[in-house]
Design a protein around this ligand. Sequence first.
Ligand code: 38G
Length: 285
Amino acid sequence: MVLNIITEDFENFYDIQDDLGSGQFAVVKRVRELNTGHEFAAKFVRKKKCVAGRRGLKREEILREADILSELAPHRNIITLHDIFENKHEIILVLELVGGGELFHYIAEKDTLSEEEAAKFILQILEGVHHMHEKNIVHLDLKPENVMLLEKNKTQIKIIDFGISRKLQPNEPTKETFGTPEFVAPEVIAFEPVTLATDMWSIGVITYILLSGASPFLGNTNQETFNNITQVDYRFDEEFFANTSDLAKDFIQQLFVKNPRQRATVVDCLNHPWIKPRRRKDEEE
Ligand SMILES: COc1cc(-c2ccc3ncc(-c4cccc([C@@H](O)NCCN(C)C)c4)n3n2)ccc1O
């Protein structure tokens, strides 16, 4: 994918406004494009100063996210990349702005969702992930914090943060990435190759949380969490799942399968009876 990287001064084209959030090597700011007045989210990512440097990311790692976002655009449930800037110290990804906040906060405010509402969110995540997986792209960090609502109190979602996503190459096992402990699949903990199925495990965790407000494998420490995941040690506590349908529990159970080759694929999930009746006719294949 050929990227058009602009090396002129970012502030000749955009007015920087408020901070939206920050991570280890990146900060996301709201910006306004000078010649259109349109607002965007700009992700400023610090570049490593030298090979041995501990701060910042390698240039090719940052551009990998831009490459993948460019290949995936456009899709209604995946964030769109608008511009890329580079200067001596950082790379700036200018992205479609979403104003509805993280799904994580939406759940926190509501504690749990109805099955109908949860399934609507999961269907959209599946449609975005289906688009990725058709291109052999795996996200590797799917979690409620990386699913954002397009607008407040509207249910359309966008998947963000492709910072550790990968385009899988046949016969080239990918092992080196690690997502967020609570959401990672057993193969990630075992440092075995990641595949498209790795995302499907995370979708199971997200579904479990949307329906119950509880996290299926979370322990008091990361090691406890890893042990629970490796042993696929979870349960549908009556306290949280008394009113959850068997179909919804079956959907989750088909994703919490240790062997990635036996885990439900994104197409299996889109055709699962808990999801399929909620799809629009034009989306069925
Ligand atoms: C943080 O990394 C990305 C953020 C975005 C993105 C795109 C549009 C957009 N509109 C609003 C926001 C936003 C608003 C508040 C916080 C954040 C971000 O810092 N936190 C997101 C989740 N976090 C766990 C990475 C991002 N975003 N973030 C896209 C790709 C990324 O790799």
